[in-house]
Design a protein around this ligand. Structure first.
Ligand code: SAH
Length: 373
């Protein structure tokens, strides 16, 4: 919901300040509407239902994948399209345990991650990305970002209610319905940092801690520097995709403005300040960036001899086909060989699981088709 409008509406009704907190805490716990907020006077609940839309986003359509992934297409009040995705994992992904396990001791089973958009469309035109091909509309407000998360919080809340209690309540402890959040939907989060951070401040109330929240960037250097200086222990991910400037500029025009050396220096400074490993995203494009020598070049770039352990961890992303169709994904074998080459040079690497491909919800496929392409 629009949290500024909520405060205004409550003030117009002469309500005490704590009411806004009450309303928010119901929403954060997955309430479906004002009528469920039983500690508010009935007349106020009715007034809110009349005057303040429960969400700042309208759900236009929702697609459900066979693997449990849910993609939602929303429109803002001014008709701008955006998409967000919920990924459910029954078991641990193959490879290393996911990072959250170290912090909360929770079992891997039942990890649920949301992928949020920070902008409608994107002003950066990465050659392989579907969002980059659609028109950029605008930055999303903090409330519009949170409403994506609240939507999936409600989806999970109703799924939980439909389950027999035995299944929804493993080990006797109710699991947080959503455990992880990544800003890997539409847009460049570091071009909308203020609103992204304002949304992040409230994510823990929805169940997602800052340590399990990842902000992914094309390498917008001033944004990386600002992220290093703010207080929340958020995770940084860098979309790299090439280990030399010429190729990276072809794939990601933003590299002309912030070339590799500058971007990596900013990431190293982030690590020095925050002591949190930086994830490197690397989308595997057949014949473009997936050769053995390119893996070695990437390892050289990421792993300085003097570093005791790698401060970068690489996620190899299988390419997901988009409408433009100008790239082909690398084979499983070349992805495995690329990974082995990185690991042999001391750079940890995992292969990202592809989720929701059958509903165009996989990495880089968010383009609000039919909305505004
Ligand atoms: N602008 C941010 C966040 C959005 S993109 C960023 O670039 O990091 C999230 C991730 O999906 C990025 O790593 C992006 O490079 C990757 N991606 C984009 N298109 C893709 C595609 N078609 N297949 C696989 N990954 C893709």
């Amino acid at each position: 919901m629009d949290l500024d409008l909520l405060e205004q509406t409550l003030a117009q009704h002469g309500q005490p300040r704590f009411r806004a907190g009450q309303v928010w805490s119901w929403a954060a716990r997955g309430a479906g509407g004002y009528e469920q907020m039983t500690n508010l006077p009935a007349s106020l609940r009715e007034a809110l239902a009349r005057e303040l839309p429960f969400s700042s986003l309208t759900l236009r359509s929702e697609a459900r994948s066979r693997d449990g992934t849910v993609k939602a297409l929303f429109a803002t009040h001014d008709g701008r399209p955006l998409e967000a995705v919920l990924m459910r994992y029954r078991d641990a992904p193959p490879g290393r345990p996911h990072d959250g396990a170290r912090h909360d001791g929770r079992r891997q089973a039942g990890r649920r991650s949301i992928c949020l958009s920070s902008q409608s469309g994107c002003p950066l035109t990465c050659a392989f990305c579907a969002t980059g091909a659609m028109r950029f509309a605008r930055n999303l407000t903090a409330s519009e970002i949170l409403d994506q998360a609240l939507h999936f919080r409600r989806v999970e809340e109703s799924a939980r209610r439909d389950l027999p209690s035995r299944q929804s309540n493993c080990n006797g402890a109710l699991q947080a319905p959503i455990t992880h959040c990544v800003f890997m939907g539409m847009g460049e989060p570091l071009l909308n940092l203020e609103n992204v951070l304002a949304a992040c401040e409230r994510l823990p109330q929805i169940g997602v801690t800052h340590r399990r929240t990842t902000i992914s960037t094309v390498g917008w250097v001033p944004g990386i520097e600002a992220l290093a200086e703010q207080d929340m222990p958020l995770r940084l991910a860098l979309s790299l995709h090439a280990a030399d400037d010429a190729l990276r500029s072809q794939l990601m025009p933003v590299n002309e403005r912030f070339p590799l050396a500058e971007v990596l220096e900013a990431c190293r400074a982030f690590y020095a300040r925050r002591r949190r490993r930086v994830f490197v995203e690397y989308v595997m494009l057949a014949g473009v960036n997936d050769r053995y020598e390119q893996a070695l070049a990437l390892a050289r770039l990421l792993r300085a001899e003097r570093e005791r352990r790698s401060i970068f961890k690489v996620n190899l992303i299988p390419y997901n086909p988009t409408a433009s169709g100008s790239f082909r994904g690398s084979t499983r074998e070349s992805i495995a060989a690329f990974r082995a080459a990185l690991e042999s040079r001391g750079v940890p690497a995992t292969v990202r699981l592809t989720r929701g491909r059958d509903i165009d919800a996989a990495c880089g496929q968010l383009a609000a088709s039919g909305g505004a392409a």
